[in-house]
Ligand binder design. Sequence first.
Ligand SMILES: Nc1ncnc2c1ncn2[C@@H]1O[C@H](COP(=O)(O)OP(=O)(O)O)[C@@H](O)[C@H]1O
Ligand code: SF4
Ligand SMILES: [Mg+2]
Length: 391
Amino acid sequence: MSNKPLSLEEQLKVNDLTVRFYTYEGIVKAVEKASLKIRKGETLGIVGETGSGKSVTALTILALTPSPGRVEDGNILFRKRDSSVIDILRMNEHQLLQIRGKEISMIFQEPNAALDPVCKVGEQITEAILAHRLREMVEKSIEVIKKEKDNEYDLWTRLETWTYKEMLNNPSDVRLKIIQKIPIIRDITKRRLRQVIRQEIVELLKLMEIPDPGRVIDAYPHELSGGMQQRIVIAIALACSPLLLIADEPTTNLDVTVQAQILDLINRLKEKFGSSIIYITHDMGVVAEISDRVAVMYAGSVVEVAPVKELFRNPLHPYTKGLLESIPRPGSPLKSIPGTVPNLVDPPSGCRFHPRCAYMMNKCKEIMPRLVKVSEDHYVACLLYEGESDD
Ligand SMILES: Nc1ncnc2c1ncn2[C@@H]1O[C@H](COP(=O)(O)OP(=O)(O)O)[C@@H](O)[C@H]1O
Ligand code: SF4
Ligand SMILES: [Mg+2]
């Protein structure tokens, strides 16, 4: 297994990830030695046909490989907010809880699945904020008191401020526990915190370009359109300013206009929050619009990685060439890659693309190509480029 360390500019690196599913039909070799890196603040598009291992890779980055999947090899290095580097695959559940939703967030294709149908939108965002940003909200509450009261501190205000400070600095203090049992103090602090969080949510929803945030906060998910629900899911994912946002086909079920709005929104939010983004899609058009760099996956492996313009101008892997030729263009006949995605219980030997490849050579049936560097920032896994530098 290669164990390439993270350089300072990198947020995440997946090295030789191998995931298998042990099913009654056999062992599904879903992800095979997949390698990726994501730089700080960039959007990496991951593209490939259905079944190419995009979702399994994304979920494994959160250590949420679906059952009965098993990570057989590889590591996933992540640079935390405090700059320390961890291997996500070697964290325990407690450590992972500090990462998920806080440092790495994920949004899925189906906003419905991410939202609780019996819980109002505002309550769901509140939960995310309380889980990850309580300290900041308590600090904001102290600021609000200072602004409101100026210098005339009465006993209640002093007690309230003291309570917040203890919540931050000394949460297990017995005196704090006693004070919080006094109903009037408990009610005042709760009310103020709730107001501060509500204000925060209104700001977040405005940022999501959600009209009438006051109404949306008090709505149930089913009262909103699919596009609006997906904006809420994005708001929840961004509530804690994650270092990395993973979006798994988040616009696939939305109509084209809403899809364009959401892409535009994600692009602008990236600039505001400075998060890195992994954007997964099967649509080359979407990739062109959103990515800085693109990783192409085929049958469980990353077969080409390049900056978006370079990939479209100079695709090297025969599969990438096929994908680009199959983008519908007005006036020209629709081309598709011959053949189908292989069954991953019994994948083709050597290069998994060989049964569909117009450039296939004898050795392609035996040797599994590795990603090699062909030019600055352009990598390909194909035996036609063998002998290029391995980096
Ligand atoms: N829970 C599961 N059980 C068995 N096989 C699975 C499971 N989840 C995914 N797979 C298999 O893993 C492969 C990759 O799937 P996936 O990552 O979902 O593809 P993509 O997101 O690119 O469409 C597929 O062959 C799929 O059948
Ligand atoms: S390794 Fe061989 S079969 Fe695979 S893509 Fe390259 S030329 Fe085609
Ligand atoms: Mg998927």
